[in-house]
Design a protein around this ligand. Structure first.
Ligand SMILES: Cc1cc2nc3c(=O)[nH]c(=O)nc-3n(C[C@H](O)[C@H](O)[C@H](O)COP(=O)(O)OP(=O)(O)OC[C@H]3O[C@@H](n4cnc5c(N)ncnc54)[C@H](O)[C@@H]3O)c2cc1C
Length: 436
């Protein structure tokens, strides 16, 4: 059995692959892993680039533990099986009269996978997606089942919010939801410098703000969304055939061209930047938040202190103009509210998240390395689910609560069932040869 991730950067070859259907089976797999000194990992939708779910031992996928368990209309909460893919959960919640307050760019992830890496959307008032959680149920490294609530076990709860699967197998998540709502999205092209200068104003005025800037071009596509009092719906035909098929198809062609003629990348970027459509649309919130991503790519994203965001992007621009990398993907700029979650990249303060991408068939290492130096010079923290080369030393400097997290990890995983060589090197700074 070989399990590949979406980005084609990891191929996992576990000794055992299983899709449990209930918690008792998970408990048995964890106990077996401990007994046989195997590591055990869970893979969600496989949408992370690093080998977070890699194991030579037992790999579990919770695809058969999906769905809405319950909704509390009075408390505005919903409990989901941890393997539920967001794109399945969101229409179910809508039918019950609810929406998630915020989402990322895509909805393919599992709820536990998205939360466990600090996945985020954008907006001044919104933290990483896991800040919407109010309860976790999980199986720890000894096969014990725990129900953890924010108010009764705050330290463990916060550690679970971004845990990289290191505390145990999450089986259920309860989230805060809000009455379902429509969003009005305005997408408009602005000169990059204007987008940077007006970012504060837009962050104050709009519920969600982000932009995409095509390297080498002058223009940034700014996306501003706010709640709409009117209902609206973009037709199925428009969404799938005009937007998704046409936009992804045209973008694929641009990247194929760049793959075979890398020197044309700057011209292609300028062309793609100019061709980005401007529009206003109203739709169900979950359809405005997420878009289909059919062109495969690699991505690195860091969260830098919010005040430094514009300067970091200007520096990235200077680096690109100086080094002229063959890049044909836009750079994304988002805003995330600070939190108190030990492993959250937004721990302690608001952060601007800047993401660079490369078509998956094109070289990326030199480009990413150059940009990563800039991110790190500003004290950026890498998105756990995206590519980076941050050392354990760097991670320890950037995460003041790392030791708190590691102490809880040792407590709930005393046999080291969830600690793989990749994670051991990333968080403990130790290379181990056994137990993979
Ligand atoms: C095209 C694309 C677009 C993206 N857009 C965004 C975006 O807009 N914003 C953003 O922040 N990120 C984004 N990401 C990153 C993505 O959200 C994260 O990598 C996320 O973790 C992927 O979720 P997954 O279900 O695929 O989890 P996986 O990648 O499969 O797993 C991630 C981690 O979660 C752990 N895990 C999974 N399930 C469980 C469980 N039940 N219990 C315990 N641990 C578990 C795994 O062991 C692993 O450590 C994007 C990725 C892609 C490929």
């Amino acid at each position: 059995m070989r399990v590949r991730n979406w980005g084609r950067t990891v191929a996992i070859q576990p000794t055992v692959y299983a899709e449990p259907t209930n918690e008792e089976e998970i408990v048995r797999w964890v106990q077996q892993a401990a007994k046989k000194k195997h590591t055990l990992r869970v893979i969600g939708a496989g949408h992370s680039w690093p080998p977070l779910a890699d194991t030579k031992g037992i790999l579990l996928r919770l695809d058969r533990m999906q769905g809405l368990i319950s909704v509390s209309p009075t408390q505005h909460t919903a409990t989901l099986w941890a393997g539920t893919r967001l794109y399945r959960a969101l229409p179910l919640l809508w039918k019950e009269g609810f929406s998630l307050s915020n989402q990322g760019d895509i909805d393919r992830q599992s709820i536990a996978g998205a939360f466990s890496t600090g996945t985020h959307g954008t907006g001044k008032a919104f933290g990483i997606l896991a800040t919407q959680a109010v309860h976790y149920r999980f199986v720890d490294g000894e096969g014990r089942i725990h129900d953890v609530y924010a108010d009764t076990q705050p330290a463990l709860f916060r550690a679970l919010q971004v845990s990289l699967g290191l505390l145990g197998v999450i089986t259920q998540v309860t989230l805060r939801v809000e009455p379902r709502f429509y969003l009005r999205l305005t997408k408009k092209l602005y000169p990059l410098e204007e987008a940077l200068q007006r970012s504060e104003e837009w962050l104050e005025r709009y519920r969600h703000f982000e932009f995409f800037w095509f390297p080498y071009s002058e223009k940034a596509a700014v996306k501003l969304s706010e709640k709409s009092t009117e209902a609206g719906q973009v037709s199925f035909l428009r969404r799938w055939f005009i937007d998704a098929l046409w936009e992804n198809g045209a973008f694929w062609a641009v990247n194929k061209f760049a793959q075979f003629l890398p020197s044309a990348s700057p011209a292609l970027c300028r062309f793609a930047g100019r061709s980005m459509s401007e529009e206003v649309r109203v739709d169900k919130a979950y359809r405005i938040f997420a878009s289909p991503r059919w062109v495969r790519f690699r991505e690195m994203e860091y969260g830098v202190p919010a005040a430094a965001g514009p300067e970091v992007l200007r520096e990235i621009r200077r680096w690109i103009e100086k080094h002229q990398p063959a890049v044909s993907f836009p750079i994304e700029y988002r805003y995330v509210r600070g939190d108190d979650i030990p492993l959250s990249p937004a721990y302690g303060e608001d952060r601007v998240f800047i993401a660079v991408h490369a078509y998956y068939r094109m070289p990326y290492a030199e480009f990413f390395r150059g940009i990563e130096e800039i991110f790190q010079a500003y004290g950026g923290r890498p998105h756990w689910g995206k590519m980076h080369t941050a050392s354990a030393e760097y991670i320890a400097q950037q995460y003041p609560q790392l030791s708190t997290f590691l102490a809880l990890q040792a407590q709930y995983d005393s046999h080291g069932v969830f600690r793989t060589p990749y994670l051991q090197a990333l968080l403990w700074g130790e290379r181990i040869s056994a137990g993979a």
